[in-house]
Ligand binder design. Structure first.
Ligand code: MRU
Length: 360
């Protein structure tokens, strides 16, 4: 996507390699900072401290982290150590495990001397495929948006967290149909949930939509139900960090409440995902590990007072502790459909198997 007229992806190989570059998402929207990933440690920190985040981008960064680790040690032990370190970086997005398994799969039978070249090629494939996949799911999603067009007003779409191009290598998942709608000349307006505690909606989704010139309003997380009751939401589209084989989806905390409100108001609730976000080993969302993050993310907010420098501000009494579950599970029965690169299906095992035959 374009940033100040220049095309960017969220992660890329630096010219001549071997290091990768990312956009430091902890600094947006106040600063646009590019950071270099030179070591496995850099990649792990980028994932766990959320310089990069969003399930598909976590997967892509994992693949790049393995490349960097192999530069130091391409032995079997080196590969295994890198994989197990990366697997600890964040627990919920299954794309991390997916990327480890894919990289391990191609590297397993390659001699240590040949591993670096193969790893870089595979990581590049993962990144390029992610772009294609998200573009393709956007094409399927825009058909759903078209069903809600009116002559006299825009299609109003509510989204939660950031499932835009910053959460993937490019295009995004939930935002991809919205970017495609804009390309197709469809009048869209987006309600952007701020997404406490880390405010990915306010910091990242609003920034992406603003940069793309797409009409949007930022709303507090609790506004969605009211907007739906008022008839101000035509459809919801969100992303997912892990989709169980029965169609349950695990996404940023608060997604479940939006799905409940959409259900009560008879508003379609769609979830957009690449195939790499499906966990075929899980029969339901009940067993998805829910990340618990630092309480300071709840007890503090961060922003700027001068338009550039980022400051943290405490918002609770000094002795009040906080709980910070980062994700929740939305049961399949509340999901109108899953938008994938292969088309749209019901949120069910049968629906997923119709698009991904041969999976368990
Ligand atoms: O904690 P984050 O910012 O990594 O959470 C991201 C989300 O919840 C996204 O909605 C999800 O990863 C889908 S991204 C295309």
């Amino acid at each position: 996507m374009l940033v100040n007229g220049k095309p960017y992806r969220s992660i890329w190989l630096e010219e001549n390699g071997p290091c990768f570059a990312i956009i430091d998402q902890t600094k947006l929207p106040h600063q646009f900072v590019i950071k270099r990933l030179a070591t496995l440690e850099d990649a792990i920190t980028a994932i766990s401290d959320m310089l990069v985040r969003g399930a598909p981008l976590i997967g892509a960064t994992t693949a790049c982290g393995i490349c960097l680790a192999l530069l130091e040690d391409s032995s079997d032990a080196g590969l295994e150590k890198a994989c197990s370190r990366l697997l600890q970086a964040r627990p919920t997005a299954v794309n991390l495990r997916w990327a480890v398994e894919r990289m391990r799969g191609v590297l397993h039978n390659v001699s240590p001397a040949g591993r670096v070249v193969v790893a870089y090629r595979e990581a590049e494939d993962i990144c390029n495929e992610d772009v294609e996949i998200n573009s393709s799911l956007g094409g399927h999603g825009v058909e759903l948006i078209k069903q809600h067009q009116h002559a006299d007003r825009p299609v109003n779409i509510l989204t939660h967290c950031n499932a835009g191009w910053l959460a993937t290598v490019d295009w995004g998942t939930a935002l991809s149909p919205i970017f495609k709608a804009q390309e197709a000349g469809i009048d869209v307006h987006v309600w952007v949930d701020e997404t406490r505690p880390r405010n990915q909606g306010a910091h990242l989704t609003a920034w992406e939509l603003d940069a793309a010139g797409i009409s949007h309003h930022l709303v507090v997380d609790n506004a969605g139900g009211h907007l739906m009751q008022q008839g101000s939401v035509d459809l919801c589209i969100v992303g997912t960090d892990r989709t169980a084989a029965n169609g349950d989806v695990c996404n940023k905390i608060g997604t479940y409440l939006k799905a409940l409100a959409a259900f009560d108001n008879n508003i379609p609730f769609y979830v957009a995902l690449p195939g790499s976000t499906i966990d075929w080993t899980l029969d339901s969302g009940a067993d998805i590990p829910i990340e618990k993050r630092d309480q300071d993310e709840v007890l503090q907010v961060y922003g700027t007072t001068n338009g550039r420098d980022i400051t943290r501000v405490k918002i609770a009494p000094k002795n009040t502790p906080a709980a910070n579950p980062a994700f929740d599970v939305t049961p399949a029965r509340l999901v109108t459909g899953l938008i994938t690169e292969r088309g749209v299906c019901t949120a069910s095992r049968e629906g997923l198997l119709s698009l991904y035959p041969g999976k368990r």
